[in-house]
Design a binder for this molecule. Structure first.
Ligand code: URA
Length: 435
């Protein structure tokens, strides 16, 4: 079948058969479909959408474009995936918490995208940690430690790598079926049995409107379940930074403090436990979300999750005593200075995306795909909504490499915070989407 006929069919709004989708994706993977044809296909899907069955077909075809892992482990194989935000370092805590509860977590994470941070960039701030260890070591660490967080390998869902690269430069990223197939093809290729999606919504998320986040969450849940992967989704708040830290080494430091029970943060804990509880119930490890929450909190409070995190870091090449003295391994920025609001008062609103842009200004994120990241820089002690900012309480500490980037980031931070009236506290979990 000619690729142009598949594109024409989609352009005219016809539902593609799974055979047509498979052939197109196989041509995309082996290079016989040209870049222009892939771009035209992406744009046709962007405008005409896809039915749930079509999106399942696309996801499976992309999964099957490379290696599909299988696992033979004594417990369930699970994962969490977030659509991205600011101060969202939950994977670093949740993976070992789940492993401490008897799950296996082969987590394939991404780099920062747009204004949001990426788990891999955070882990790269740990000296020696290998985020591209090859599939054999990935399997070994998952089996022996219970969790391994690494980056996308060339073998898993290569069709997504090519399609994503073309979408990125043809204004076709923001298509619900294409995002769905992109995320889920990689998750299915990792051989997962249970998945929870953290779909963020608000000023720091890709989906700033609740309806868009709901549509994406519903699509992810229905396509994942249609493709045989048991999945639920939580829509969570990204109208303020999740953790009070944004920046790579700073977020790792926060994760270690959290796993040591030295840092207690209600929003981080509530979100981490709620996501983990979805998986423990789905995998049959807990009878209810309440019972699952208790198990996860025990894993945290007993230090079991901390120990697993330490073993994962060491097994993937990081320092053996990392958790004992993370500050001596993680680079700190030379300038660490407070930024105060111009007026005293309660934080009513935060333009959270601008905080992500401030991290990029500091060098902690990328402007171009090949930019090098400065892991030491970022924002710490970020105030959340309803906190009082005054002469003694800065909006945050800016961790900068030099004066010029400090000034640019400080201006963005000041503008991002709106002082006003106290608002009722909202739970960080807005909605639960199930099949
Ligand atoms: N993350 C992905 O992996 N793919 C998308 O299309 C968007 C976000």
């Amino acid at each position: 079948m000619l690729p142009q006929e598949v594109i024409r069919a989609k352009r005219d709004g016809r539902t593609l058969t799974s055979n047509e989708v498979q052939e197109f994706i196989s041509g995309l993977t082996n290079g016989s479909v040209s870049e222009g044809q892939v771009a035209a296909f992406a744009m046709a899907v962007f405008f005409k959408g896809m039915s749930a069955d079509e999106a399942v077909g696309l996801t499976l075809a992309m999964r099957d474009s490379g290696t599909v892992l299988t696992w033979d482990l004594p417990g369930p194989v699970v994962d969490k995936h977030s659509t991205g935000g600011i101060g969202d370092n939950l994977s670093l805590m949740l993976a070992p918490m789940l492993a401490a509860c008897g799950c296996y977590v082969p987590m394939i994470s991404g780099r920062g995208l747009g204004h949001t941070g990426g788990t891999l960039d955070k882990l790269d701030s740990i000296p020696g940690y290998n985020t591209a260890p090859g599939l054999d070591l990935f399997r070994k660490v998952t089996r022996e430690v219970g969790c391994a967080i690494i980056g996308q390998t060339a073998d898993l869902a290569p069709a997504d790598k090519r399609l994503y690269g073309i979408r990125d430069v043809t204004a076709t990223v923001e298509s619900v079926p294409l995002i769905t197939a992109s995320i889920l093809s990689k998750k299915l290729a990792a051989g997962l049995q249970h998945l929870v999606m953290d779909v963020k919504f608000g000023s720091g998320a890709f989906m700033s409107k609740l309806e868009d986040a709901q549509a994406l969450a519903k699509s992810l849940v229905s396509v994942a379940n249609g493709a045989g992967l048991k999945t639920t989704a939580l829509i969570t708040d990204m109208d303020q930074p999740l953790a009070p830290y944004a920046g790579n080494a700073l977020e790792v430091l926060h994760a270690v403090g959290f796993l040591k029970n030295h840092i207690v943060n209600y929003r981080v804990q509530e979100t981490t436990v709620a996501l983990g509880a979805e998986l423990l119930v789905s995998a049959g490890i807990a009878a209810s979300r309440e019972a699952a929450s208790i198990q996860l909190l025990k894993a945290l409070q007993s230090g079991a999750a901390l120990e697993i995190f330490a073993r994962m870091v060491a097994a993937l090449g990081g320092p053996k005593d990392f958790i004992e003295r993370p500050e001596s391994y993680l680079k700190a920025a030379p300038i660490i200075r407070p930024v105060y609001a111009d007026a005293e008062g309660v934080i009513a609103k935060i333009a959270t995306r601008d905080l992500g842009l401030a991290v990029i200004e500091l060098g902690g994120g990328r402007r171009r795909a090949d930019d090098k990241i400065d892991h030491a820089v970022g924002l710490s002690q970020l105030l959340g909504k309803n906190f009082v900012s005054d002469n003694n309480t800065p909006l945050c500490m800016v961790n900068a490499r030099d004066e010029a980037s400090f000034a640019r980031a400080a201006a963005l931070v000041k503008n991002a915070y709106v002082i006003g009236e106290t608002r009722p506290e909202v739970s960080p979990i807005l909605e639960r989407i199930t099949a």
